[in-house]
Write a protein that binds this ligand. Structure first.
Ligand code: MLT
Length: 400
């Protein structure tokens, strides 16, 4: 969408002691221009009709040349990007007399509902805004040793491979797949999970790790940033042992470096018995209460429902295979001091399965690792607090 261009005059009180348009006033001029343009059409009523509002989230301004009192600026505004809940509008202000670009600003707006929660942009508004998500989106099938994986691939740029936890699938990254538009997002269903095939045996951390490399090869990518949650993190430790040269950077979310204790192994055996006798439903019953923060359960019932659905559609053979693989995984603590790539360790404050002190110790043991806690999140921060988790990830990726 391109808004009607408008002209605004610079007033003396908007200029500094040297007579230049002041930087804060420049932003006000651009705001004035947008309001004038919206008043000409399509108008704010399109938002009001749907009970949503575009809240300013971030503004980046390039001040390109000085402007002075009395200058008339011709301001053009165009939507350059649109995601699920947000859109970016570029404002370009040129002086009418010499066509000099005075300022260029990218403003990101998040669509919020009446109580201020980010909400998907309603279809009518999305159509009015025009620009669809620039990224490509497809689910591909990748043949790996003895199985076929479903892999969601979106966008272009540095690949970021998102590895889900147990007993979940790639849809746990739904928000990050939508939000990290500057990177190529690659989210596989591990073998036995989601829409991937479920071979009857052969599950191990090594096999999962080799599968990720097969995915990377199939995309023609040499390296990727790997982000793993919980069991996804265990897979990444094995990937580091086997294929360190393929790892550009690492994000370890809600995971641990320790192997299972004797007690932990016994609990795995019990869960294996539950899966065999009661199916995925029995696993959902036992695991759901442990995965989410109490505040998530209270305020976001849809998240609990999504997680429950993910668990219920995991095959029993995939569940049993993953439990065996986790039970057999080695202690990865000796590996931590050897990690040479930029690393972010992230954990939900209310994670009881891999509590923050474990993540803090892991971050301390990895040279130069960053550590971040996500408030009001349990074991599944990317689903429970998607905005915070995505922002932490995006900031980390942007810094690489
Ligand atoms: C996971 O979320 O992947 C599991 O909690 C990992 C585990 O059971 O150790």
């Amino acid at each position: 969408m391109t808004l009607p261009a408008v002209q605004v005059t610079i007033y003396p009180f908007e200029c500094d002691a040297f007579g230049h348009l002041n930087q804060a006033s420049c932003l006000a001029v651009l705001e004035r221009a947008r309001w004038d343009a919206l008043a000409k059409g399509p108008g704010m009523d399109v938002f009001k009709r749907h009970g949503v509002w575009p809240a300013a989230r971030r503004t980046t301004i390039d001040y390109r040349a000085a402007a002075y009192a009395g200058d008339v600026l011709h301001v053009e505004m165009v939507v350059t990007d649109r995601g699920t809940t947000s859109f970016t509008m570029r404002h370009t202000a040129r002086r009418t007399t010499d066509d000099a670009v005075i300022a260029e600003a990218d403003m990101v707006f998040v669509c919020i509902d009446r109580i201020g929660r980010p909400t998907p942009i309603p279809d009518e508004i999305a159509r009015t805004l025009g620009v669809s998500r620039p990224s490509t989106r497809e689910t591909i099938r990748v043949s790996v040793s003895g199985a076929e994986l479903a892999v969601e691939v979106r966008g272009d740029g540095t690949p970021c491979v998102l590895v889900h936890g147990f007993p979940l699938d790639r849809t746990m990254w739904r928000h990050q797949l939508a939000a990290l538009t500057r990177w190529k997002r690659v989210a596989p269903d591990l073998r036995g999970c989601g829409a991937s095939s479920a071979p009857s045996d052969g599950y191990s951390m090594g096999r999962y790790a080799d599968d990720l490399i097969a995915v990377l090869d199939s995309l023609g990518e040499q390296q990727a940033v790997f982000c793993g949650l919980s069991m996804g993190g265990y897979v990444l430790f094995e990937l580091l042992r086997r294929h360190p040269e393929r790892v550009r950077a690492l994000v370890l979310m809600d995971t641990r470096a320790e192997a299972d204790t004797i007690e932990g192994k016994r609990a795995r055996d019990e869960l294996i018995a539950v899966a065999k006798s009661e199916g995925a439903e029995g696993i959902a019953k036992r695991m759901l209460p442990k995965l989410l923060a109490p505040s998530t359960v209270q305020t976001q019932p849809e998240v609990e429902r999504q997680v429950g659905e993910m668990i219920r559609r995991t095959s029993v053979v995939g569940i049993v295979g993953a439990l065996e693989a986790m039970k057999e995984r080695p202690d990865s603590r000796p590996l931590l001091s050897q990690i040479k790539v930029p690393t972010l360790v992230m954990v939900g404050v209310d994670d009881t399965l891999t509590p923050p002190p474990l993540s803090r110790a892991m971050a301390d043991a990895i040279p130069g690792a960053r550590y971040a806690e996500v408030p009001a999140a349990g074991h599944l921060a990317p689903l429970e607090q998607p905005l915070v988790a995505s922002r932490l990830l995006a900031d980390f990726l942007a810094g690489l």
